[in-house]
Every structure is written in structure tokens, then in C-alpha cells.
Design a protein around this ligand. Structure first.
Ligand SMILES: C[S@@+](CC[C@H](N)C(=O)[O-])C[C@H]1O[C@@H](n2cnc3c(N)ncnc32)[C@H](O)[C@@H]1O
Ligand SMILES: [Zn+2]
Length: 277
């Protein structure tokens, strides 16, 4: 049995043909691409949520060119380090599954048996993820209402996605592991300098998180040489600055044909505190 529960009544979901069905006959069809939509409209307020097609495509194209490969490798290694036999791994806010697929490949290489899941509120993102055909189970779902049984996961991965400590704590085993990637101080500094009159460095928040013991941090930093406008635009559209920049900044960005820019990340690892829930 998998980890998914019915978003309507909370009963376990079982696969029946091309659908997930609960004991109360709530039924969720598996899309042709392979993901299941477990989002209820009241969780999203209706309409499109999460990243749209343009953003998903831009991120996929950028990531597939390997610019974040060193981060991807380090994250996959970290997850592997904490994965023991028959683990359940959940990528919460998985986007189009770039890191989820890399974790799966790393785990497979190591001959560890693991069930890997990815959820994202963007149906477009999980559709792209499912099309990778990797044996990972993808669902459209919110990290604020994770349709998974309490304590069903051994490892939770959260990369540049919204954080919901209560839900992450609920779905993790008593001493489950959370692996989180965040941008560090100098991430994209040269790009910010090229675009903004008054660029600011990223502020890295306190590592402590309620409900979790902090275990470890690993800094991953290197220079990316980007030699075309399209990749620069894709990179920028993956950042939160994208929405905050005005015409002047957009113009400067559109004139950049190449840039050497720092990638600077931290991979933080936590253990869920074993409190009773
Ligand atoms: C910056 S992207 C990161 C995606 C992926 N983890 C990666 O690093 O490539 C943030 C993702 O969070 C998703 N997202 C936003 N709000 C969410 C929510 N409430 N629940 C689940 N996913 C959400 C977006 O759709 C988007 O795919
Ligand atoms: Zn149900």
C-alpha cells in the first residue's frame, strides 16, 4: 500500500485500474501522463496554482542544461546517505521532478529499495515530472495539505518550495529526515549586480526549525558561465526577483548576452523530533 490518503475523507487510497479509490468510493483518476490529481478546489481556491507552463518550461530547460548539476549531485548524495533499506522518500514541491529523478537514479545505483513520491500544487509541473517515466509516483497536491498518512515517510526533500513544518512533521516518521536546499548569501550575486541599482545579498535565516533537530549544513558554491540570453532569462524567471523587477531591470536583463555568476546553496539536514502526535 502506498502513502496516499483521500483528500476528502482521509481514508487510505488504493489503485484500482487507472484510478486511486478510497473505502468511501471517492475516486481520483490517474492522468495519461501518470500523475494523480489529489487537489481539492477548496485547497486552491480554484484556478491555476503554483508555477505556470512558461515557468515550468523555463526551469526544466535551464536545469536540463546542467547548471545546477553540482547541487543536484550533492542533494542526491545527502538523501542516499540517510536512506536505509526500503525507505519512503517524498519530494514536497517537486516542480518538474529534476531533483526527484536524480534522487531516484542515485538510490537505484546503490541498489537500495525505496518508494519515491513527488507532490506539487502545479498540475503542469507534475505532468512534466510524470512524463519522465521514472517509476516515481507524482500527485498534484499542496504542501499545506499533504495527502499522505501520518508518519509514512522516512525522508522528506524540500527544495526552493514553500515550507509547511506542521505537515512535514506529520508525514515523517518519528526520527525521519528532512533535507532542505536554500539559496545562500552569494547566490546569483553577479546577476543581481548587473540588474539592480542597489543589489542585496541573500539573508540566510536561522537554521533552527520548530519540531526538528538541526543535523548538518553543506555549502555548495561554484561559478556558472552562461553564454546566452535565453538561459539568463530562464534563470531569472526561476527566481523570486522575477516578479519584483520593473521595466528598467527587465531592460538591463534583456541586454545581457553572457555572465559568470555564482551559484551558492546550502543543503540543510534535520531530524524530526520524536514527539507524540
Ligand atoms: C522554485 S520551484 C522549485 C521546484 C523544485 N523543487 C526545484 O527545485 O526544481 C517551487 C515549486 O513549488 C510549487 N508550489 C508552490 N506552492 C505550493 C504549494 N502550496 N504546495 C505544493 N507546491 C507548491 C510550485 O508550483 C513550484 O513547482
Ligand atoms: Zn475518501
Amino acid at each position: 500500500m502506498g502513502i496516499f490518503i483521500c483528500p476528502v475523507c482521509g481514508e487510505n487510497l488504493e489503485i484500482s485500474g487507472k484510478s486511486y479509490v478510497c473505502g468511501n468510493h471517492h475516486c481520483f483518476d490517474i492522468a495519461r501522463s501518470g500523475y494523480v490529481n489529489l487537489l481539492l478546489s477548496k485547497q486552491t481556491g480554484g484556478g491555476v496554482h503554483g508555477d505556470n507552463k512558461l515557468m515550468v518550461k523555463a526551469r526544466r530547460d535551464f536545469l536540463e542544461k546542467g547548471y545546477y548539476e553540482p547541487l543536484c549531485e550533492a542533494v542526491a548524495e545527502t538523501v542516499k546517505k540517510y536512506t536505509q533499506g526500503s525507505s519512503v522518500i517524498l519530494d514536497a514541491g517537486c516542480g518538474e521532478g529534476y531533483y526527484t529523478a536524480a534522487v531516484k537514479a542515485k538510490i537505484d545505483q546503490s541498489n537500495i529499495a525505496a518508494e519515491i513520491y513527488g507532490i506539487d500544487i502545479s498540475k503542469t509541473a507534475v505532468e512534466f515530472a510524470a512524463k519522465r517515466k521514472t517509476d516515481i509516483i507524482f500527485a498534484a497536491a499542496s504542501v499545506f495539505h499533504i495527502p499522505a498518512t501520518a508518519k509514512s515517510c522516512d525522508i522528506l526533500l524540500t527544495m526552493f518550495a514553500p515550507y509547511c513544518g506542521e505537515e512535514y512533521s506529520r508525514v515523517l516518521q518519528d526520527d525521519g529526515i528532512m533535507v532542505m536546499a536554500i539559496p545562500s548569501e552569494d547566490h546569483l550575486w553577479e546577476l543581481k549586480k548587473a540588474i539592480y541599482n542597489q543589489p542585496y545579498k541573500n539573508k540566510v535565516k536561522d537554521y533552527q526549525l520548530e519540531g526538528f533537530d538541526f543535523l548538518d549544513s553543506q555549502r555548495v558554491r561554484y561559478i556558472m558561465n552562461i553564454d546566452n540570453q535565453q538561459d539568463i532569462q530562464s534563470l531569472f524567471s526561476m527566481t523570486p526577483y522575477y516578479y519584483k523587477s520593473g521595466r528598467e531591470e527587465q531592460e538591463r536583463l534583456s541586454k545581457l548576452e553572457n555572465i559568470s555568476v555564482e551559484a551558492d546553496f546550502e543543503i540543510l539536514t534535520y531530524r524530526r523530533k520524536g514527539q507524540k502526535i
